[in-house]
Design a protein around this ligand. Structure first.
Ligand SMILES: [Zn+2]
Ligand SMILES: [Zn+2]
Length: 263
């Protein structure tokens, strides 16, 4: 058997492969991804969705470079229960489930009550601490309180802010604390209002950066408006390499090493 060196090494740190948008062709998407790339896929599994864990278990078996994370999303905080927490903890027993996430606070959509979001976020932090796992944060218009809670909880394992949309000031605080920042397709959007994200991408050191799609949402340019897939993470990586004025290979290698630190 000949070993073909793959030309690309993009990684998608955050995608939702369990979702129904992918149900029929998830196998071929994963196959296509690993034909091109020697990177990693990290899929987010949802304890509130009936079949998410079963689907994710199957997906994890499709390639050795696929891993997963799970946690209670802030959107669903109002429906948190002991049963949900038990499901999360059991799923974390799988060696390929390598992080507690996505969890945090969302004060943009406010789909659950604020105090409930805070309570459930603190529970997720406790789970990550007990299991000695990293945390992946979902924060929308909530960076100040997320950072305050992480400090109050004295959480000292790795923390990644996924699909970062906070401002420069919070980004600096995140980096100063040794946390990581993950950029989604938003960094590619040709809009003045996303210029600030490109400024932030410039200052995030290579040992603290991730690339992600958050697929099926947020397809990057030039695929904007389509259903997003992990295959499109290359556009995110290309944009960040361009912003940082480094080679794509250098960026992708750094992201891979950062993921390897967490798995
Ligand atoms: Zn999110
Ligand atoms: Zn997500």
């Amino acid at each position: 058997m000949s070993i073909i060196k793959k030309e690309r090494s993009e990684s998608d740190f955050h995608c939702h492969l369990d979702m129904k948008q992918f149900s029929e062709d998830v196998g071929s998407i994963i196959n296509d991804f690993f034909v091109e790339s020697s990177g990693y896929l990290i899929s987010v599994a949802d304890p509130y969705e009936e079949n998410s864990y079963d689907r994710t278990r199957k997906i994890l078996n499709l390639n050795e470079n696929i891993y997963a994370m799970t946690a209670a999303h802030p959107h669903n905080a109002d429906n948190y229960s002991n049963e949900i927490e038990k499901r999360i903890i059991e799923f974390l027993d799988n060696d390929k489930v390598i992080a507690v996430g996505e969890c945090g606070l969302d004060f943009f959509y406010n789909l659950s009550k604020k105090d409930k979001q805070v309570e459930v976020f603190r529970r997720q932090i406790a789970i990550a601490r007990e299991r000695n796992l990293s945390l992946t944060i979902h924060s929308r218009e909530a960076e100040e309180l997320v950072l305050k809670i992480l400090k109050e909880e004295k959480f000292c394992q790795p923390v990644v802010f996924h699909c970062y949309t906070g401002n420069m000031e919070y980004a600096k605080e995140i980096l100063q604390r040794g946390y990581y920042i993950s950029f989604s397709g938003i960094v590619t959007f040709n809009q003045k209002k996303t210029d600030y994200l490109r400024e932030i991408a410039k200052i995030v050191p290579l040992d603290r950066i991730f690339t992600e799609t958050d697929s099926p949402y947020l397809a990057p340019e030039p695929q904007r408006g389509k259903t997003n897939t992990p295959l499109f993470v290359k556009y995110v990586a290309e944009k960040i390499a361009e912003i940082k004025n480094i080679s794509l290979e250098t960026l992708n290698k750094a992201v891979k090493e950062n993921i390897e630190r967490l798995i």
